[in-house]
Ligand binder design. Structure first.
Ligand code: FAD
Length: 390
């Protein structure tokens, strides 16, 4: 495996770096410098900027309106995106339902939905999890019953990220209870303005509102919003899970966060010098950098395999486990090395451009990283089954 970028790839990296330098709004950079997530207007506004440039759906083929980049180009793009302080794009349209519609959608569905995703003008959420169907997703109960040319949907989804920001929801629903669990599931596109949908907020431990409960009471959904055929939902859900995994490890953002930690240590006075002079702090950062380097090289292997057209299975589970463990370890180091400065109410010491007292939000939010996207225990089960044959 050649780990050097080619001349063309280096030129691409320069082009992308320059574009980000000129186009990432100052407000987004400032949020990234403080470890904060953008609000709705900032996130949607940024996605529209990317959409206008044709750089929002970077994993899509040219045939469907993407730039048709290689896996290496996508990887470079993500590195430069994080380096410039731009947030990851919301995955629900771009990496989830968009590729599903490209692969399984009717001509009408493609015409109706793809342009809004490519431009960043239409926003989606993912209605999979239910109160008793998370890891055991196949036991979901939200029912869609055919009534003339509509499905009537009743049930409840939970943990629906950005449902309160979304125009549409892609939902797994039960259309048949008489067959094996997986065979009775279908994939429906539901307009969030349809009467009968109620969104209730869930405030998470970082103090923000990202998550929701979504209730469906006699919600009428036109049959033409069914993707594929009835009973295909499980096949589509599995396809969605294996799509675009080259950035699942979150290497780009972890790199930026380690640099941010170093800068915070350098900017924080200690005695006659800074906290960066403390060998314990430098050792802690070095350990994180070693883990990141190992993860990055594993990720390169995934990128190379994707480039050669190989599907990914257990590898992406491994990357998800190590990537999320590292994200948590970085924020834990930030909080611990910041000491009393990491307390949100402590503004006692002047700091440079980065503030330890902002580390709490990200630390708290990332406790969920080992849960969302399929828990790490479930990923270990996947590895046991696919690699070890257990
Ligand atoms: C921040 C956040 C955002 C989310 N966003 C969305 C979203 O937008 N849309 C959506 O549909 N869902 C979303 N989810 C839901 C997420 O997918 C589920 O939380 C996850 O799949 C786990 O399901 P659960 O919460 O029901 O936990 P459970 O499945 O009940 O698991 C509880 C514990 O038991 C363990 N466990 C369960 N089964 C096994 C097993 N077979 N072997 C070993 N251990 C097991 C789990 O690992 C976990 O530790 C989000 C969750 C979070 C935290």
């Amino acid at each position: 495996m050649n780990l050097e970028f080619t001349t063309e790839e280096l030129a691409f990296q320069n082009e992308v770096r320059q574009w980000f330098a000129e186009n990432v709004p100052a407000s987004l950079r400032s949020r990234a410098d403080n470890g904060q997530m953008p609000n709705r207007d900032e996130q949607h506004g940024w996605e529209q900027v990317l959409g206008r440039k044709g750089w929002l759906v970077v994993g899509w083929s040219a045939q469907h309106g993407g730039p048709g980049w290689t896996a290496t180009q996508r990887y470079i793009f993500d590195l430069e995106r994080a380096r410039a302080g731009a947030p990851p794009v919301s995955p629900f349209g771009v990496s989830m339902v968009g590729p599903v519609i490209c692969a399984f959608g009717s001509a009408e569905q493609k015409q109706q939905h793809l342009p809004g995703i490519i431009s960043g003008n239409v926003h989606w959420c993912q209605g999979y999890s239910e109160p008793n169907a998370g890891s055991d997703l196949a036991s979901l109960k939200t029912a869609a019953v055919l009534d003339g040319d509509h499905y009537v949907v009743n049930g409840q989804k939970i943990w629906t990220t950005q449902a309160h920001w979304a125009d549409w929801c892609f939902c797994l629903v039960r259309t048949d209870s008489s067959v094996k669990q997986q065979q009775g599931i279908s994939f429906l596109l539901i307009n969030m303005n349809t009467p009968g949908i109620e969104i209730r907020p869930i405030h998470s431990i970082d103090g923000h509102h990202h998550l929701n409960e979504v209730y469906f009471t006699d919600v009428r959904v036109p049959v033409e919003n069914l993707v594929g055929s009835e009973g295909m939902g499980w096949t589509i859900a599995k396809f969605l899970l294996t799509h675009e995994r080259t950035t699942i490890a979150g290497v780009a953002d972890s790199k930026r966060e380690i640099e941010r930690l170093k800068q915070m240590l350098k900017d924080t006075k200690q005695g006659n010098g800074s906290r960066w002079d403390d060998p314990f702090a430098r050792r802690r950062v070095a350990e994180l950098e070693i883990d990141l380097a190992a993860l990055e090289y594993t990720n390169f292997r995934t990128v190379a395999a994707t480039e050669e057209g190989m599907g990914l299975g257990a590898e992406s589970s491994g990357l998800k486990i190590k990537g999320t463990e590292l994200q948590q370890a970085i924020t834990q180091a930030m909080v611990e090395l910041g000491g009393h400065l990491s307390l949100t109410w402590d503004n006692s010491e002047p700091v440079g451009s980065f503030a330890f007292n902002r580390t709490r939000e990200r630390y708290n939010f990332l406790r969920a990283a080992t849960i969302y996207g399929g828990t790490n225990e479930i990923q270990k089960n996947v590895i046991a089954k696919m690699l070890l044959g257990l």
